[in-house]
Design a protein around this ligand. Structure first.
Ligand code: RIB
Length: 296
């Protein structure tokens, strides 16, 4: 199976702060680093590090060459990535003393995708291949419809949530990856225990995966079979890209293995390793390391 990820490519400017800046406050950061990121790029790198054949599509500005290079260095096919006359997507990320983050996002080039570009990107993919999407690029709804019309499987992580995502044809997709906030926006329930039944009523044929931070994750197949996975406790350095890593490793696990609890453990361990390090893509482990940690 080939995976096409039409996804964001961001330059992350990461500031270490004692606490998140408050309204009206000027706060000195104690460190500043620049990382390759974007939910799209992070998920592509995690898929490649987990051993899958990954194709990344999307737009970058003239300063975004490092993003395509970073993907290529990780074995991702970047032949579909195009330059455009816009700033590359970028973020300002604050990481506080507890390793939690908050992110200010500028979509930039990520939001320049056109219908013609989608057709071109999908042209080399067909039934059996997968399209992976997040919500940091434009025209996601059209991508879902076009990929399903080609017989592709579609996995969607509708992050960050936006009003137009509420109208997206998510009932057509094969897998939905949501955190509690995204799930609450989609189904109107805030209690994770109530979210799964509410989402199930709305999306009867979709495999649902809820990532619940310190509470771990819930997986439910369309038939109702449900699995819960806890977290592997680690010292939290930076939570950026933990969700991206979990998604990619779960998809990678499921490609070769029908044992869902085992795939969930793989994804949880990969995410734990990611939060124990700084940065987005830079913090994502390779499959060998994840397997070693699971065995030890
Ligand atoms: O999921 C983490 C990512 O979200 C960061 O790399 C940042 O670019 C934002 O898109």
């Amino acid at each position: 199976m080939k995976i096409l990820n039409i996804g964001s490519l961001n330059i992350d400017y990461v500031y270490t702060v004692p606490h998140f800046v408050r309204p009206g406050e000027t706060l000195s950061s104690t460190a500043m680093e620049v990382f390759c990121g974007g939910k799209g790029l992070n998920q592509s790198i995690a898929l490649a590090r987990a051993g899958l054949e990954v194709y990344h599509a999307g737009f970058i500005g003239e300063e975004g060459g490092l993003l395509a290079q970073n993907l290529a260095d990780n074995g991702v096919d970047v032949s579909l990535i195009q330059p455009c006359a816009e700033k590359s997507g970028h973020t300002i990320i604050q990481v506080d003393a507890a390793g939690q983050n908050c992110i200010l996002l500028y979509g930039g080039a990520n939001r320049r995708i056109t219908e013609e570009y989608i057709d071109k990107a999908l042209a080399a993919f067909s039934a059996g291949d997968m399209l992976l999407l997040q919500n940091e690029v434009n025209l996601v709804n059209s991508m879902i419809r076009k990929a399903k019309a080609r017989g592709m499987r579609v996995a969607v992580n509708p992050a960050p949530m936006s009003p137009d995502m509420l109208l997206a044809p998510l009932d057509l997709v094969d897998m939905l990856f949501l955190n509690e906030v995204e799930a609450a926006d989609l189904c109107g329930e805030v209690d994770p225990q109530l979210q799964i039944p509410a989402l199930r009523a709305r999306y009867p044929n979709v495999t649902l995966v809820l990532t619940l931070g310190e509470q771990g994750a819930l997986y439910q197949a369309p038939g109702g079979e449900t699995f819960r996975q806890g977290i592997y406790p680690v010292t939290v350095v930076d939570t950026t890209a933990a969700g991206d890593t979990f998604i990619a490793y779960l998809l990678a696990g499921l490609e070769v293995n029908n044992d869902i609890p085992q795939c969930l453990r793989l994804a949880a361990m990969a995410a734990a390793l990611t939060v124990s390090r700084k940065g987005a893509a830079a913090s994502i482990p390779r499959m060998e390391e994840v397997r070693e940690c699971l065995c030890s």
